[in-house]
Design a protein around this ligand. Sequence first.
Ligand SMILES: [Zn+2]
Length: 419
Amino acid sequence: MEAALAGEGEAGTVEGNWGQGRLSAVTGKRNPAIPDRNRAVWRGKRGSPEKDAGAGFWGSECTKLESVLKLHNWKARFGVSDKAFTDLLQSIRSILPKDNLLPSNIYEAKKTLIDLGLEYIKFHACPNDFVLYRGPVLESSSDCPKCHLSRWKVGKDGQVRVNVPAKVMWYFPIIPRFKRMFKSSFTAELMSWHANNRSKDGKMHHPSDYPSWRIVDYRWPMFGSEARNIHLGLAADGINPHNNGLNNRYSYWPVMLVTYNLPPRLCMKRKFMMITTLISGPQAPGNDIDVYLQPLIDDLKKLWEEGEPNVYDAHTKSFFTLKAILMWTINDFSGYGNLSGCVNKAFNGEQEFGRVPEPLSGEEVLGQQQRLRFNVMHVEKNVCDNIIGTLLHMKFKSKDSLALRLDLVDMGIRPDLAP
Ligand SMILES: [Zn+2]
């Protein structure tokens, strides 16, 4: 998974997932925005190996958490395999003093990171995109209720490999990450930026200057009165990370959330954009993308309807109920059709499932071009004939007639030419 994520611009590196960038992925330097209090939790009191529990090893400047993050970021950036990463961890451990706390394998490293709200959930999916195996009924079922295909992979020998899912999607839960944004006093303060920095010159500088933002504040004043409530945009599009010039249709659909509460210089920055869902498969999900968006939509509905209670705001040092609204989605036209469940790809009002036409050969293109040129020549000749005929008042060729002048009256143009 890391390799795939790194391939699409590292959106899924630890920094990208985290949403608040306490450790730069590139430089590995500490972010001054991280309160010292948070560091102390991991570092413990200095002085002895026992008390120095959070440090990577006694006397180290780097905490265990920082070390793991730094190494995990490196792993994601270069698409290093889990096996190679475990090997690297073991090599580093053998170099460091004996009492070091560095994890000895990828599993332990991930366990450390999951404590930070960096977890992801894997859902098994029907290979035909009909259902996700989630919820009390489907969670335990072993075949799809709609197409009756097995939930498990079927090998080439026709045997079902139980516990090997046929299709998987990843969901990165959003609520823990929003809560985490408010745990940094620096980011928590910025989450109210939009309320204090509205445009004064009547021009649009930030989405909070849009009429739609004002309408939300007006229609739901309870929501609008809390500046920390989050205004979101959702962006989704398919990418083909394995594009090798062949007709490879294997696609990834990352679904990103953008937080518009932040100042314009930050809200489109990678570290504040969240990847929420990653759909992959040999075919694009098309209109079935709604199946894969279910976990995200459930979380968004919860954030809109009841909100997440007891969120700690490190800037005001208080607790509040966090709510969020999805303002709009950002797509190309075909993605827009898929997300809205509407059809925008065919002229007969139905979605097209047919095969893409075969590409034309060079001779066929030349033939089409010559026919087109012939047609254009005819149109040009007719228009020229009519203009010249009209200007010169040529009998039978002029287009200036009583009927045509009455047409102009009908269309309401050039009243000076009315008969
Ligand atoms: Zn199915």
